[in-house]
Design a protein around this ligand. Structure first.
Ligand SMILES: [Fe+2]
Length: 292
Protein backbone atom coordinates (compact mmCIF):
# COMPACT_ATOMS: atom_id res chain seq x y z
CA UNK A 1 0.00 0.00 0.00
CA UNK A 2 1.00 3.63 -0.27
CA UNK A 3 1.33 6.22 2.47
CA UNK A 4 -1.91 6.66 4.36
CA UNK A 5 -3.96 9.85 4.15
CA UNK A 6 -5.32 9.33 7.68
CA UNK A 7 -4.34 12.56 9.43
CA UNK A 8 -4.95 11.13 12.91
CA UNK A 9 -2.41 8.41 12.20
CA UNK A 10 0.02 10.70 10.38
CA UNK A 11 0.09 13.30 13.17
CA UNK A 12 1.17 10.85 15.87
CA UNK A 13 4.70 9.80 16.86
CA UNK A 14 5.94 6.22 16.36
CA UNK A 15 9.03 4.35 17.42
CA UNK A 16 10.80 3.09 14.30
CA UNK A 17 14.08 1.78 15.77
CA UNK A 18 16.15 1.41 18.89
CA UNK A 19 18.93 3.98 18.73
CA UNK A 20 21.48 1.37 19.81
CA UNK A 21 20.64 -0.68 16.70
CA UNK A 22 21.56 2.15 14.35
CA UNK A 23 25.27 2.06 13.67
CA UNK A 24 26.68 5.47 12.73
CA UNK A 25 26.57 6.02 9.00
CA UNK A 26 24.54 2.89 8.30
CA UNK A 27 21.13 3.07 6.66
CA UNK A 28 18.11 1.26 8.07
CA UNK A 29 15.21 0.76 5.65
CA UNK A 30 11.76 0.29 7.09
CA UNK A 31 8.14 1.34 6.62
CA UNK A 32 5.71 3.50 8.54
CA UNK A 33 2.02 3.99 7.77
CA UNK A 34 2.44 2.55 4.29
CA UNK A 35 5.45 4.74 3.48
CA UNK A 36 8.98 3.46 2.83
CA UNK A 37 11.46 5.34 5.00
CA UNK A 38 15.20 5.21 5.60
CA UNK A 39 16.91 6.09 8.84
CA UNK A 40 20.50 7.02 9.25
CA UNK A 41 22.38 7.78 12.44
CA UNK A 42 24.85 10.60 11.99
CA UNK A 43 28.31 10.49 13.55
CA UNK A 44 26.98 12.88 16.20
CA UNK A 45 24.44 10.16 17.09
CA UNK A 46 21.49 12.14 15.76
CA UNK A 47 19.33 10.15 13.36
CA UNK A 48 17.81 11.53 10.20
CA UNK A 49 14.92 10.09 8.24
CA UNK A 50 13.77 10.35 4.63
CA UNK A 51 10.68 9.15 2.80
CA UNK A 52 11.57 7.05 -0.24
CA UNK A 53 9.41 6.71 -3.33
CA UNK A 54 10.40 5.06 -6.59
CA UNK A 55 11.46 7.57 -9.23
CA UNK A 56 11.32 10.53 -6.86
CA UNK A 57 13.95 12.34 -4.85
CA UNK A 58 14.02 11.38 -1.16
CA UNK A 59 11.98 13.73 1.06
CA UNK A 60 13.42 14.71 4.40
CA UNK A 61 11.16 13.92 7.35
CA UNK A 62 11.04 16.98 9.56
CA UNK A 63 9.91 15.37 12.81
CA UNK A 64 12.51 12.90 14.08
CA UNK A 65 13.45 12.61 17.75
CA UNK A 66 15.32 10.38 20.18
CA UNK A 67 13.63 9.59 23.43
CA UNK A 68 14.12 6.68 25.86
CA UNK A 69 16.91 5.45 23.53
CA UNK A 70 14.34 4.86 20.78
CA UNK A 71 14.05 6.77 17.50
CA UNK A 72 10.63 8.38 17.01
CA UNK A 73 9.17 9.67 13.77
CA UNK A 74 6.05 11.66 12.92
CA UNK A 75 5.23 11.80 9.20
CA UNK A 76 2.65 14.59 9.60
CA UNK A 77 2.44 17.53 11.96
CA UNK A 78 2.70 16.30 15.56
CA UNK A 79 -0.65 16.76 17.29
CA UNK A 80 0.96 16.05 20.66
CA UNK A 81 4.32 15.52 22.33
CA UNK A 82 5.96 12.11 22.47
CA UNK A 83 4.33 10.24 25.32
CA UNK A 84 5.79 10.99 28.74
CA UNK A 85 6.95 7.91 30.66
CA UNK A 86 8.34 9.32 33.91
CA UNK A 87 9.47 5.91 35.20
CA UNK A 88 12.14 5.67 32.48
CA UNK A 89 15.19 7.34 33.94
CA UNK A 90 13.88 7.20 37.52
CA UNK A 91 16.21 5.36 39.91
CA UNK A 92 15.62 1.73 40.86
CA UNK A 93 14.37 -0.40 38.00
CA UNK A 94 16.57 -1.80 35.23
CA UNK A 95 15.73 -0.49 31.78
CA UNK A 96 16.07 -2.98 28.97
CA UNK A 97 15.16 -2.67 25.35
CA UNK A 98 13.61 -5.88 24.22
CA UNK A 99 14.28 -5.75 20.50
CA UNK A 100 11.81 -5.65 17.65
CA UNK A 101 9.48 -8.35 16.40
CA UNK A 102 7.42 -8.29 13.21
CA UNK A 103 3.78 -9.40 13.34
CA UNK A 104 1.51 -9.56 10.30
CA UNK A 105 -1.49 -7.89 11.85
CA UNK A 106 -2.68 -4.39 12.68
CA UNK A 107 -1.21 -2.39 15.56
CA UNK A 108 -4.54 -2.18 17.41
CA UNK A 109 -4.83 -6.01 17.35
CA UNK A 110 -1.44 -6.27 19.10
CA UNK A 111 -2.34 -3.61 21.67
CA UNK A 112 -5.69 -5.24 22.40
CA UNK A 113 -4.09 -8.65 22.87
CA UNK A 114 -1.52 -7.13 25.24
CA UNK A 115 -4.18 -6.18 27.77
CA UNK A 116 -6.48 -9.15 27.33
CA UNK A 117 -6.35 -10.81 30.74
CA UNK A 118 -8.53 -13.72 29.64
CA UNK A 119 -5.89 -15.13 27.28
CA UNK A 120 -3.22 -15.70 29.94
CA UNK A 121 -4.42 -19.15 30.96
CA UNK A 122 -4.86 -20.48 27.45
CA UNK A 123 -2.00 -18.84 25.57
CA UNK A 124 0.63 -18.53 28.32
CA UNK A 125 -0.14 -21.70 30.25
CA UNK A 126 2.43 -22.24 32.99
CA UNK A 127 3.83 -18.71 33.02
CA UNK A 128 1.28 -15.86 32.92
CA UNK A 129 -1.67 -18.15 33.60
CA UNK A 130 -2.66 -21.62 34.71
CA UNK A 131 -5.53 -23.80 33.58
CA UNK A 132 -6.76 -24.21 37.16
CA UNK A 133 -7.44 -20.45 37.55
CA UNK A 134 -8.91 -18.97 34.39
CA UNK A 135 -11.41 -16.46 35.71
CA UNK A 136 -10.67 -12.74 35.34
CA UNK A 137 -11.79 -10.78 38.42
CA UNK A 138 -13.67 -7.50 37.68
CA UNK A 139 -11.55 -4.38 37.21
CA UNK A 140 -12.05 -0.67 36.54
CA UNK A 141 -11.64 1.16 33.25
CA UNK A 142 -11.58 4.92 32.84
CA UNK A 143 -10.59 7.63 30.40
CA UNK A 144 -8.53 10.25 32.24
CA UNK A 145 -8.72 14.02 31.83
CA UNK A 146 -5.62 13.94 29.64
CA UNK A 147 -7.41 11.56 27.28
CA UNK A 148 -5.51 8.41 28.29
CA UNK A 149 -7.29 5.10 28.68
CA UNK A 150 -6.49 3.23 31.92
CA UNK A 151 -7.52 -0.06 33.48
CA UNK A 152 -6.83 -0.47 37.17
CA UNK A 153 -7.44 -3.00 39.96
CA UNK A 154 -6.76 -5.90 37.61
CA UNK A 155 -5.42 -9.04 39.20
CA UNK A 156 -4.53 -12.53 38.06
CA UNK A 157 -2.82 -15.56 39.55
CA UNK A 158 0.36 -16.25 37.58
CA UNK A 159 2.44 -19.43 37.95
CA UNK A 160 5.56 -17.61 36.71
CA UNK A 161 5.00 -13.88 36.24
CA UNK A 162 8.54 -13.02 35.10
CA UNK A 163 12.01 -14.50 34.78
CA UNK A 164 12.56 -13.65 38.47
CA UNK A 165 9.49 -15.51 39.77
CA UNK A 166 10.18 -18.78 41.58
CA UNK A 167 6.54 -19.72 42.14
CA UNK A 168 3.01 -18.60 41.54
CA UNK A 169 1.71 -15.35 43.03
CA UNK A 170 -1.31 -13.10 42.66
CA UNK A 171 -0.25 -10.32 40.32
CA UNK A 172 -1.87 -6.88 40.30
CA UNK A 173 -2.01 -5.10 36.99
CA UNK A 174 -2.57 -1.60 35.72
CA UNK A 175 -2.75 -0.82 32.03
CA UNK A 176 -2.06 2.57 30.54
CA UNK A 177 -3.00 3.26 26.91
CA UNK A 178 -1.78 6.79 26.22
CA UNK A 179 -1.88 6.57 22.42
CA UNK A 180 -3.62 4.20 19.98
CA UNK A 181 -0.35 2.33 19.23
CA UNK A 182 1.25 2.42 22.69
CA UNK A 183 0.48 0.46 25.83
CA UNK A 184 2.30 0.25 29.13
CA UNK A 185 1.60 -2.24 31.89
CA UNK A 186 2.46 -2.02 35.56
CA UNK A 187 2.51 -5.43 37.23
CA UNK A 188 3.55 -6.66 40.65
CA UNK A 189 7.28 -7.32 40.64
CA UNK A 190 8.14 -10.85 41.84
CA UNK A 191 11.55 -9.40 42.86
CA UNK A 192 9.96 -6.64 44.92
CA UNK A 193 6.29 -7.45 45.54
CA UNK A 194 5.48 -4.03 47.03
CA UNK A 195 6.35 -2.39 43.71
CA UNK A 196 5.74 -2.75 39.97
CA UNK A 197 7.72 -3.96 37.02
CA UNK A 198 6.80 -2.07 33.88
CA UNK A 199 6.54 -3.33 30.33
CA UNK A 200 5.86 -1.05 27.39
CA UNK A 201 4.94 -1.76 23.80
CA UNK A 202 5.50 0.75 21.03
CA UNK A 203 3.81 -0.39 17.84
CA UNK A 204 5.27 0.66 14.52
CA UNK A 205 2.48 0.22 11.98
CA UNK A 206 4.37 -0.59 8.76
CA UNK A 207 1.10 -1.08 6.94
CA UNK A 208 -2.49 -1.49 8.06
CA UNK A 209 -2.02 -5.19 8.75
CA UNK A 210 1.73 -5.41 9.25
CA UNK A 211 3.43 -4.16 12.40
CA UNK A 212 6.70 -4.14 14.25
CA UNK A 213 6.60 -4.41 18.02
CA UNK A 214 9.27 -2.41 19.83
CA UNK A 215 9.31 -3.00 23.52
CA UNK A 216 11.03 -2.16 26.79
CA UNK A 217 11.06 -3.51 30.31
CA UNK A 218 11.72 -1.70 33.58
CA UNK A 219 12.40 -4.47 36.04
CA UNK A 220 13.43 -4.66 39.71
CA UNK A 221 15.09 -8.00 38.92
CA UNK A 222 18.77 -7.90 39.96
CA UNK A 223 19.54 -11.58 39.46
CA UNK A 224 18.71 -12.46 35.90
CA UNK A 225 20.92 -11.43 33.00
CA UNK A 226 19.55 -9.33 30.14
CA UNK A 227 19.69 -12.51 28.07
CA UNK A 228 17.53 -14.40 30.58
CA UNK A 229 14.99 -11.54 30.68
CA UNK A 230 14.90 -11.41 26.89
CA UNK A 231 14.52 -15.18 26.68
CA UNK A 232 11.46 -15.07 28.96
CA UNK A 233 9.96 -12.22 26.96
CA UNK A 234 10.54 -13.87 23.61
CA UNK A 235 9.02 -17.13 24.80
CA UNK A 236 5.87 -15.28 25.93
CA UNK A 237 5.67 -13.10 22.85
CA UNK A 238 6.14 -16.04 20.47
CA UNK A 239 2.93 -17.46 21.98
CA UNK A 240 1.09 -14.16 21.44
CA UNK A 241 2.45 -13.90 17.93
CA UNK A 242 1.19 -17.31 16.87
CA UNK A 243 -2.32 -16.29 18.01
CA UNK A 244 -2.14 -12.80 16.52
CA UNK A 245 -1.13 -13.81 13.01
CA UNK A 246 -4.24 -16.02 12.73
CA UNK A 247 -6.73 -13.52 14.15
CA UNK A 248 -9.28 -12.29 11.58
CA UNK A 249 -10.12 -9.70 10.54
CA UNK A 250 -6.64 -8.25 10.87
CA UNK A 251 -7.89 -4.69 11.14
CA UNK A 252 -9.58 -4.22 14.50
CA UNK A 253 -13.36 -3.93 14.10
CA UNK A 254 -14.75 -0.94 15.99
CA UNK A 255 -18.45 -1.77 15.69
CA UNK A 256 -19.96 -3.32 18.81
CA UNK A 257 -19.89 -7.07 18.91
CA UNK A 258 -23.16 -8.91 18.67
CA UNK A 259 -22.78 -11.26 21.58
CA UNK A 260 -23.05 -10.03 25.16
CA UNK A 261 -19.56 -9.17 26.37
CA UNK A 262 -18.28 -10.41 29.70
CA UNK A 263 -16.56 -8.16 32.21
CA UNK A 264 -13.17 -9.54 31.15
CA UNK A 265 -13.72 -7.73 27.83
CA UNK A 266 -14.28 -4.34 29.51
CA UNK A 267 -10.92 -2.90 28.51
CA UNK A 268 -11.19 -4.23 24.97
CA UNK A 269 -14.61 -2.63 24.54
CA UNK A 270 -13.36 0.64 26.03
CA UNK A 271 -10.30 0.59 23.75
CA UNK A 272 -12.44 0.11 20.64
CA UNK A 273 -14.77 2.96 21.71
CA UNK A 274 -11.79 5.15 22.53
CA UNK A 275 -10.26 4.43 19.09
CA UNK A 276 -13.61 5.15 17.45
CA UNK A 277 -13.81 8.55 19.16
CA UNK A 278 -10.22 9.35 18.22
CA UNK A 279 -11.16 9.29 14.53
CA UNK A 280 -8.34 6.87 13.68
CA UNK A 281 -8.79 5.00 10.40
CA UNK A 282 -5.45 3.21 10.02
CA UNK A 283 -5.51 -0.42 11.14
CA UNK A 284 -9.16 -0.39 12.19
CA UNK A 285 -12.36 -1.47 10.47
CA UNK A 286 -15.28 0.87 10.99
CA UNK A 287 -17.76 -1.19 8.93
CA UNK A 288 -17.43 -4.67 10.20
CA UNK A 289 -18.98 -5.99 13.40
CA UNK A 290 -16.99 -8.88 14.84
CA UNK A 291 -19.14 -11.88 15.60
CA UNK A 292 -16.67 -14.24 17.19
FE1 LIG B 1 -0.08 -12.55 25.74
Amino acid sequence: MTKTTDQIALNDWYVVAALSNLAAGQIHHTRLLGQNISLKAGHDGRPTCVEIEAGQPARIVEHVAVRYDFVWVCLGQPARHIVDIPEIGAPGRRFIQRGRIGVTTSGPRVIENFFDLSHFSFVHTGTLGGLDVTEVPPYSVDVRENGELWATECSFFQPKASAAADGGIEISYKYRVPRPFISIIYKTSPSRPTDNDIIGLFLQPRDETDSVVHSFGLMWDRDNSDTALLHFFHEVFAQDRSVLIHQLPKRLPLMPRREIPTHSDALSIAYRRWLDKSGLQFGVDRELAETA
